[in-house]
Design a protein around this ligand. Structure first.
Ligand SMILES: Cc1ncc(COP(=O)(O)O)c(C=O)c1O
Length: 403
């Protein structure tokens, strides 16, 4: 079981701001000392460029960087570390698939399918790919409870070449059945691209069991430094893809006339990588595995069940997405009748409560919900029930002020 009180001691930010109630981990998580120290240690002890020098610290840096690739492979249960590409975030992962696979294999008249609940990072690349290639762009609708409309999904997947969806929504908070959705894509002959930005930090991930072709996520939402992201891709697909960026490191041989690409995954990592961030990602994975991802999921479910109960007590508060914690990841978005979401978060900030208001980079979804914006509270391993009590008390104050 996760002991959030003990965990908080590992996070220097909570010592710097003892009264702060941080409920914005779906935007970015806080970082434990182990991650901060790993980055600092890298600069203090073995800072050098990777895959270049033959001297001791250069070899240590290369080894450190490549070890994180192996660690990441184990963390998401990929078949080989060649299937792990370091990116700077989820957005780059989606764009890499769009440029590397999409621009090569999607043709005029093909069909690309995504869903209405996507973050812009998993929506705009596919919409633009369709525009570039002349492919059809189909968006699967949602049921009233936020589930994917199964009839619409079945219809739209027919004849599709690519299906991109999030394994957890950053607004509805729903965890979708990624395994079943990947199977449907496969049956339809489409490749599956899974946006794991909100699910990978919160639950065990097994890409083999999921059966996805690609999955991307961001380190900064799971304790790691900004600038650490991962794209997983099945090796045979990565082999067939073109590089996304050209330049150094991604080449085997260059002449005046032509260039031969490096092996995967290096083919996709042009230029000097963000070595410190990747080293920090390794420390973040160690920290999370020390807790156990199953425990992380249980802790979030416990907190979200409590949050749903406490938010339900606030008059005029409308919870977006399901009322049950079991189908949810660690976030709840809501609107408060008669109060603009920005006023909600500004008033909560006066009580040192950090939440996020806006469209959460999901404008098509907010359009579907018929609201321009919402407020979102999200939890992680360091949150306690008392953080949620503070949120509920502060929302009651907002209610009083706005009537
Ligand atoms: C579901 C989802 N996808 C993609 C992203 C984009 O992540 P990043 O900004 O790290 O690229 C986010 C970030 O909030 C997200 O929640």
């Amino acid at each position: 079981m996760i002991d959030a009180e003990r965990i908080r001691k590992d996070f220097p930010i909570f010592q710097a701001h003892p009264r702060m109630v941080y409920l914005d981990s779906a935007a970015t998580s806080q970082r434990p000392a182990a991650v901060i120290d790993a980055v600092s240690n890298f600069y203090r002890k073995y800072n050098a460029n990777v895959a270049r020098g033959l001297y001791k610290i250069a070899e240590e840096a290369t080894l450190g960087y490549e070890n994180v690739r192996k660690k990441t492979q184990m963390f998401i249960k990929a078949r080989s570390d060649a299937e792990i590409i370091f990116t700077k975030n989820s957005t780059e992962g989606a764009n890499l698939v769009m440029r590397g696979w999409g621009a090569k294999f999607i043709r005029k008249g093909d069909k690309i399918v995504t869903t209405l609940m996507e973050h812009h990072s998993d929506f705009v690349p596919w919409q633009q790919l369709a525009k570039m290639s002349g492919a059809k762009f189909e968006v699967v609708g949602l049921d009233d409870d936020g589930a994917l409309d199964q009839d619409d999904l079945g219809r739209k997947l027919k004849g599709a070449k690519l299906f991109a969806f999030s394994s957890a929504s950053n607004v509805l908070g729903i965890r979708y059945d990624a395994k079943a959705l990947c199977a449907l894509a496969r049956e339809a002959g489409a490749l599956s691209v899974v946006d794991g930005a909100q699910s990978v930090p919160s639950m065990p991930t097994d890409v083999k069991a999921m059966g996805c072709d690609f999955l991307f996520f961001s380190g900064h939402k799971m304790l790691a430094p900004f600038g650490s992201g991962v794209l997983y891709g099945r090796e045979e697909l990565l082999e067939k893809m073109d590089p996304f960026l050209y330049g150094s490191s991604m080449i085997r041989m260059v002449t005046k006339e032509r260039t031969q690409w490096n092996d995967v995954p290096h083919k996709f990592e042009a230029g000097t990588p963000i070595v410190d961030a990747v080293v920090g990602l390794g420390a973040a994975i160690d920290y999370l595995e020390g807790l156990g991802m199953g425990e992380v999921q249980k802790h979030e479910e416990m907190l979200i069940a409590y949050m749903l109960k406490r938010l339900g007590e606030v008059r005029g508060l409308d919870i977006i997405g399901p009322q049950s914690a079991s189908a949810r990841t660690g976030l709840v978005a809501f609107s408060l009748e008669g109060v603009h979401p920005h006023d909600v978060s500004a008033m909560l900030a006066e009580d040192d409560i950090c939440v996020r208001s806006g469209h959460h980079c999901a404008m098509p979804l907010h359009g579907h919900l018929g609201i321009p914006a919402s407020t979102r509270a999200s939890v992680y391993i360091y949150n306690r029930k008392e953080d949620i009590d503070a949120l509920a008390a502060s929302l009651q104050k907002v209610r009083k002020v706005f009537g």
